[in-house]
Write a protein that binds this ligand. Structure first.
Ligand code: FAD
Length: 374
């Protein structure tokens, strides 16, 4: 039986990753009705978390829903980054010098962030519908109809709005016929979650420039460390392997820089990795998805959803351009990079305005402040 107009959900969301969950939460807490579908049987295992850095703009956005308090309880604050070359200390960045309400990076595995978002969403009576694969989308101009396969039964579900938060291989984007333009970076990066024989100082991120590129060591709340290498199999590198006591999840990954040429078609929108993807340098991916979702929810509630693309496409372009430049720098060993690390940056970092700028960049203070939060 067709749904009466009052029974039609305000928003149908494809994908219950951090972007889709944030969108659902930000709409639900403002009284909108949502359904959120994910093809997976449940959230990703915590021990296979991709993102682990929550940046201050996300903490600001998630504060009204109460999520930030829970993230802060669960996460580990990173207050300093130490940079070395071939294990020789060169300079440190005091992250607190960047200022703001949350003057630190918060380390928390993505799987835990997702579970905190799910718990907050459930308090508004919304549960992600798992094992629900979105396979089609029609009539986006008038009354969008989403095809959802739940256990072999394909249902055509109407909604006032549809959001594709279904990741980099987005079906929603494909059904909307929106191009995903960009290119692949000619390098493979790697990550490994390890326990070090000799722990790093608490709350300190370490970055070491070596012949092959860069190895970063980011502390996790459970005392383990995320290694990220700008080359494959970081945990096997001869400079790194002797430091490791045990290795957990590890993965090699390629890097692409792409964004959807449009973020909206009719009453359907794209957000998160469905809309843009780039290198993890700077930890911007998940955070930008959370930003997209929070802005989209606000704009829908203000009946200003037509402005979504104007707000968020420039952000996606800026982050792609920044992360591309940073990825190039860390991937190549050049005489200039070596000179900068040995001489220019150690000297420059002695000036507090340079420290402040570097820290502000790490804290993503270049993100627009949300109009709805004081
Ligand atoms: C190695 C690595 C390290 C990273 N580190 C960081 C970091 O430190 N900081 C950071 O901010 N970002 C980081 N990122 C990026 C971050 O993981 C992503 O940007 C983030 O997961 C995007 O969230 P999302 O919700 O948009 O998409 P996803 O997390 O991909 O979620 C999409 C969801 O949609 C579901 N789905 C897909 N297709 C369908 C369908 N047809 N129907 C229904 N459901 C569907 C999927 O099951 C999934 O649950 C990293 C990425 C990688 C690869």
């Amino acid at each position: 039986m067709p749904l009466s107009t009052s029974e039609i959900p305000d928003c149908l969301i494809a994908g219950a990753g951090p972007t889709g969950l944030t969108l659902a939460l930000e709409l639900a807490r403002r009284g909108k009705t949502v359904r959120i579908f994910d093809r997976s049987p449940g959230p990703r295992p915590v021990e296979q978390s991709r993102a682990l850095g929550i940046l201050p703009p996300s903490l600001v956005l998630l504060e009204p829903s109460g999520v930030t308090t829970r993230l802060l309880e669960a996460g580990l604050t990173i207050k300093e980054a130490r940079v070395s070359r071939d294990a020789l200390p060169r300079f440190a960045i005091e992250i607190a010098k960047g200022g703001g309400k949350f003057p630190f990076l918060l380390s928390l595995p993505q799987g835990q962030t997702e579970r905190i978002l799910i718990a907050a969403l459930e308090e508004f009576g919304v549960e992600p519908e798992w094992n629900s694969e979105v396979s089609g989308l029609t009539d986006v101009g008038e009354r969008p109809l989403l095809s959802v396969n739940q256990g072999g039964d394909v249902e055509e579900i109407p909604g006032r709005f549809v959001a594709g938060c279904d990741g980099v291989h987005s079906v929603v984007r494909e059904k909307l016929g929106i191009a995903f333009e960009g290119d692949r970076f000619p390098a493979t990066f790697s990550l490994a979650d390890v326990v070090l024989k000799q722990p790093d100082p608490k709350g300190v991120a370490m970055v070491n420039a070596i012949a092959e590129g860069v190895v970063a060591r980011l502390p996790l709340p459970d005392g383990s460390v995320r290694l990220i290498g700008s080359f494959p199999d970081v945990e096997q590198h001869p400079d790194v392997a002797p430091l490791i006591g045990s290795t957990g999840w590890k993965s090699d990954f390629s890097i692409t820089f792409r964004h959807a040429v449009k973020l909206q078609k009719g009453r359907a929108f794209l957000a998160g990795d469905a809309a843009h993807v780039h290198s993890p340098v700077g930890g911007r991916g998940m955070n930008t998805g959370i930003g997209d979702a929070a802005w989209l929810a606000w704009l829908i509630c203000e009946a200003r959803q037509e402005e979504y693309e104007d707000y968020r496409l420039p952000v996606a372009r800026m982050i792609i351009s920044q992360t591309r430049a940073m990825t190039k720098i860390i991937s190549r060993r050049t005489a200039l990079r070596r000179f900068a690390l040995d001489h220019i940056l150690p000297l420059a970092m002695k000036f507090s305005f340079v420290q402040r700028r570097a820290a502000a960049q790490m804290l993503a203070h270049d993100m627009p402040h949300p109009d709805w939060i004081d």
